[in-house]
Design a protein around this ligand. Structure first.
Ligand code: N01
Length: 870
């Protein structure tokens, strides 16, 4: 117990956990000259490797990479004996590290931290342990691991069993001898899959209770990969650097081969190569699109199922072992040694809980629907309250009595997975919202520890005492974490990544899936921008540069990066002919466009001659359909029927309308107002010929993108002025509606996002004389906006045209014209149109498709009041 009058001991930092994270954190803090203490409930170092000592436990990242890299001397003095080390060897390694750097003197073993409370007055944390001691510290660092809080057995009657009970995550130090015993294993995640073959060697009977079959790949353990050893020997620093700047914390050559377009031979060859390699990141990286495209993922999953079927003799057991309810990789895949082959042993049985659920655990064993089993021992391999469990196990109270558990009741919220608002000076090593469990943990741990150490050194150097993220920076990061996950298949699985394995846990995707390299860059950028998004205080006052570090959609950012790497010339530096040729050439590299029922090319009469058009008819429902007259983008200069073909197909398929895409006359050959007049003429002609085109008479809308949206908007004003035809709605995607290039969005987004201010100027110069640019047929924002068709206007955040689009929506509304504004968050002027490339554009295009549907009320009659506003 604490001595009554003894002041609590005080440290600069308290660290929870003496595993990989805590040990390195302690070393770094000592190097900074800070006082620090680790508390760990175990009686030795090791963290997760102290507790998870079940038979067969090994790492599943090769030891060449699953080790500290901060000290080349340490790497020289430690030699791993295998490609994948056993738990005892990893524990020995961590003991070696603790001794080598004299860390044990800074650790209180067998001491659990119960609570941590922030004292705003003193700017200190008070830490309460289960040994009665209270200590105070400036910085409180949770190095408690992502997979360290075991999930409690949530099975009826679990406490009734009279035999031996084991949990893989809390294995007895003296081991377990299953010789001659009837053993049950519940759970087939990484722990179960490693333990099952080893337990089967001892047990007289082994029954595996499987709820979800898991993808597993042979580890092919043995000597470390000669190739990796050679790379390390040749240039260790380069190897480690490559790991730190890789997608997953291991140097793996990324591929740009797509599963969906690769030939069968290439698919098979790449798969077999990865299968032979026995490395997780190899099999997770066979195709560039396997984590995002269901069809590509199915190819890999199908080939793994083929392997399972060929490994397991009994077809029924093999089928039950084949995962079919989740995409490969979306639940953490396993590495195994003889796992599937174990089911060929006569004394090993699989119970498929999907067809034969457990009803209860009994005194003697396990009852399932239809069958009772007697056992001498039950092994729970049922997993963890991952990523948040260990953090919220401590009662953490921040500013204003805010409890961490309450703050995270709907899911964790962090800035960079490192800190959380309301909890000054509270750091998490590999917290939720960081790559952590999706990466080689050792690389991610070192990066976090180094970042925290750098931060504390900065605070000390600047005479600052506290650091805390702002609400804006944190919500921005949370959004970015969600955006990254949303474009992948990962959130579709009932995985512990989603918190789905723990009853009542909010389901959000917990780790950051944007990549170790991308993440490291974000952390570095935050520092380079003066700790952007953090509030820093000290005796000298407060400083805060508030902001969001990443707000662009991750796939849009990737496209921009890829285009920058291509080094294409800026369009406005080219002749019109060359600019058009470049547009045509880049359209050749697009993925296949969505299927529609029918596509036909024809011509219609126009004021300056025939206008080519392409008609898209939906596959369903059966016609006739409402008709949408569409105008492509390209600054009145570029573009044609092909340029916007994928977008037209997409809109057609999503809206169930006939889309008539019109190739109007282009500048500079035909300058203002040719394009606008063509647009109006096209609308009139389609209206007059609606039935012949398979349209419903009177159900006509217009749509367009960019300059195409400009002439669509103008056509609506001309039709209103002419009294006909009646247009049911206007869908304006990132429209040009004004010739004023001084709006803030031009200053913010005028460079770097494909459509630049310089390019807009080039377009205008080709299209219209200065004197014509205020004409309402060039700048419809300046026109009379009363009595126009209902509008749906999309604007993109990173678009110079953003503000004029928003101004048009606002002005329409102010004039009494119904207008819906769709904000394309994190998008550029062009990204929304990149069908099949920018996945984050799909939900927005779904909204556009719905907007088109909403223009046409279900009764079949056009109305000036759209359904969505009714
Ligand atoms: O835990 P898990 P784990 N009734 O959650 C089942 C890392 N790790 O300890 O999928 C019946 O993956 C559950 O079924 P379901 C690695 O990151 C690494 O195995 O929820 N079954 C599942 O089959 C790994 O992913 C290494 O339907 C129940 C299993 O129990 C993570 O730790 C080694 C159940 C739990 O699998 C966790 O792995 C070990 C119930 N009530 C772990 N509740 C290496 O480095 C749960 N299950 C190699």
């Amino acid at each position: 117990m604490n001595q009554p009058n003894k002041a609590p001991e005080q440290f600069d930092a308290v660290i929870v956990g003496a595993g990989f994270s805590g040990l390195y954190m302690l070393r770094r803090l000592r190097q900074l000259g800070l006082s620090a203490r680790i508390f760990d409930s175990a009686d030795d170092v090791g963290g997760t490797w102290y507790w998870n000592r079940y038979p067969g436990a090994r790492c599943d990242i090769p030891t060449t990479d699953y080790a500290y890299s901060f000290d080349p001397g340490l790497e020289k003095d430690w030699a791993w004996s295998e490609k994948y080390a056993t738990q005892p060897e990893i524990l020995d390694y961590l003991r070696f590290v603790a001794d080598r750097y004299g860390l044990r003197s800074g650790i209180d073993f067998s001491t659990a931290v119960l609570s941590a409370r922030w004292d705003t007055q003193d700017r200190l944390w008070t830490i309460q342990t289960d040994r009665g001691a209270q200590v105070r510290c400036r910085y409180y660092i949770m190095a408690s691991g992502c997979l360290s809080a075991p999930k409690s057995p949530d099975i009826d009657g679990a406490d009734r069993f009279a035999g031996q009970v084991y949990s893989t995550s809390r294995w007895p130090h003296e081991g377990a001898d299953f010789t001659g015993q009837r053993v049950a294993v519940i759970g087939t995640g990484s722990s179960g899959i490693q333990a099952i073959p080893v337990i089967a060697r001892q047990a007289s009977r082994l029954t595996v209770f499987q709820r979800t079959p898991n993808f597993s790949v042979p580890a092919r353990n043995g000597a470390a990969s000669a190739d990796r050893l050679k790379q390390l020997a040749d240039d260790r620093d380069a190897y480690r650097h490559a790991a730190r700047w890789s997608r997953a914390g291991m140097p793996v050559e990324p591929t740009d081969i797509l599963g969906v377009t690769a030939s069968d031979a290439v698919r098979r060859e790449r798969f077999e190569g990865a299968w032979e390699q026995g490395e997780l990141f190899a099999i997770l990286g066979i195709f560039a699109d396997q984590g995002i495209n269901p069809a590509s993922n199915d190819i890999v999953a199908g080939l793994i199922r083929e392997k399972i079927r060929s490994a397991v003799n009994d077809p029924q057991t093999a089928e039950a072992l084949c995962p079919k309810d989740h995409y490969f990789g979306t639940k953490r895949p396993c590495l195994d040694t003889d796992y599937f082959e174990t089911y060929n042993l006569p004394h090993v049985q699989l119970v498929d809980l999907r067809s034969q659920p457990i009803t209860s655990i009994t005194e003697h064993g396990i009852d399932t629907v239809g069958e009772s089993f007697d056992f001498d021992a039950i092994v729970y391999a049922t997993g963890f309250d991952a990523m948040t469990g260990a953090l919220t196990a401590v009662a953490v109270t921040g500013r204003d009595e805010l409890s961490l558990k309450e703050k995270w009741a709907a899911g964790p919220s962090t800035y960079l997975g490192l800190m959380t608002a309301g909890f000054p000076n509270f750091f998490m090593v590999t917290g939720p919202g960081s790559p952590s469990v999706l990466s080689n943990m050792t690389v991610s741990i070192e990066q976090h520890v180094d970042w925290i150490a750098g931060c504390l050194a900065y605070l000390a150097g600047e005479g600052l005492e506290t650091i805390e993220p702002t609400a804006l920076a944190e919500s921005g990061w949370d959004q970015h974490v969600r955006d990254c996950a949303a474009i992948t298949l990962y959130p579709t699985a009932n995985s512990w990544y989603m918190g789905a394995n723990v009853r009542g846990k909010p389901q959000v995707f917990l780790p950051y899936i944007g990549g170790v390299d991308t993440y490291r860059r974000a952390c570095d950028d935050v520092v380079a921008q003066g700790y952007l998004g953090f509030r820093l205080t000290g005796p000298g006052g407060e400083r805060c540069r508030d902001g969001v570090i990443r707000s662009m959609q991750p796939d849009v950012a990737l496209v921009l990066e890829a285009m920058a790497e291509m080094g294409l010339p800026a369009l406005e530096t080219l002749s019109v002919a060359d600019a058009r040729a470049l547009m045509v050439a880049s359209a050749q590299t697009r993925p296949p466009a969505p299927e529609v029922g029918e596509v036909t090319d024809a011509v219609m009469p126009g004021p300056g001659g025939d206008l080519p058009y392409r008609l898209y008819r939906p596959a369903e429902p059966e016609g006739p359909h409402p008709v949408v007259v569409y105008f492509h983008g390209g600054g009145w200069v570029l573009g044609d029927l092909d340029s916007d073909d994928p977008l037209c197909r997409d809109l057609c398929a999503r809206s169930g309308t006939v889309v008539v895409s019109v190739n109007y006359r282009h500048a500079p050959e035909a300058r203002f107002p040719a394009a606008a007049l063509d647009a109006f003429a096209a609308v009139q002609w389609v209206h007059a010929n609606a039935s012949a085109l398979g349209g419903i008479g009177g159900q006509l809308a217009v749509a367009g993108w960019s300059a195409g949206a400009n002439i669509a908007a103008v056509a609506c004003q001309l039709a209103r002025d002419a009294g006909a035809p009646l247009i049911a709605g206007q869908l304006l995607i990132s429209p040009v509606v004004d010739s004023d290039l001084t709006r803030p969005s031009y200053a913010e987004n005028g460079d770097g996002y494909l459509l630049t201010t310089a390019l807009m100027r080039w377009f205008w110069d080709h299209y219209a004389d200065q004197a014509d640019r205020a004409d309402v047929r060039a700048a419809p924002l300046r026109g009379d906006l009363r009595d126009l068709p209902p509008a749906c206007i999309l604007t993109a955040d990173y678009d110079p045209l953003r503000d004029e689009g928003m101004a048009y929506a606002a002005a329409l509304k102010a004039s009494g014209t119904p207008a819906r504004h769709v904000r394309a968050r994190g998008h550029t002027h062009t990204s929304i149109t990149m069908v099949g490339v920018v996945i984050s554009g799909a939900p927005l295009r779904a909204q556009l498709g719905q907007a088109l549907r909403d223009f046409f009320p279900p009764g079949g009659h056009s109305s000036s009041k759209p359904h969505f506003l009714a």
